[in-house]
Design a binder for this molecule. Structure first.
Ligand SMILES: [Zn+2]
Ligand SMILES: [Zn+2]
Length: 102
């Protein structure tokens, strides 16, 4: 694993929630958006800066993985769902993705 652990607090640009960074998650636990700032997780090397929209949820052996897509450039990434995340929101993203048949 080559994760760079960066602890930072940030304000969600989608819903305005003040997110307390823990070094592992950089997405908003309330609306599940994040920002396109990483090329590799934690490196903050992407210059895009677009919002990463939650478009789907995958279930891998009991772990939920959020799929996000950058609204600016279409870059996709996967983010493990953590216990701080709003699980109702995770399920809502999941059922929305399923009802679109994707
Ligand atoms: Zn948010
Ligand atoms: Zn982007």
């Amino acid at each position: 694993m080559s994760f760079t652990r960066t602890v930072e607090n940030f304000t969600c640009e989608h819903c305005g929630y003040a997110v307390a960074g823990n070094g592992y998650t950089n997405h908003c636990p309330k609306c599940l958006y994040s920002k396109h700032v990483d090329i590799h997780p934690g490196d903050r090397k992407a210059t895009c800066g677009g919002l990463m929209k939650p478009i789907g949820v995958e279930n891998k052996g009991g772990d939920y993985v959020l799929v996000q897509e950058c609204v600016v450039c279409g870059f996709k990434k996967r983010n493990k769902v953590v216990k701080e995340d709003d699980f109702d929101k995770v399920l809502a993203v999941s059922s929305r993705a399923n009802s679109q048949g994707k």
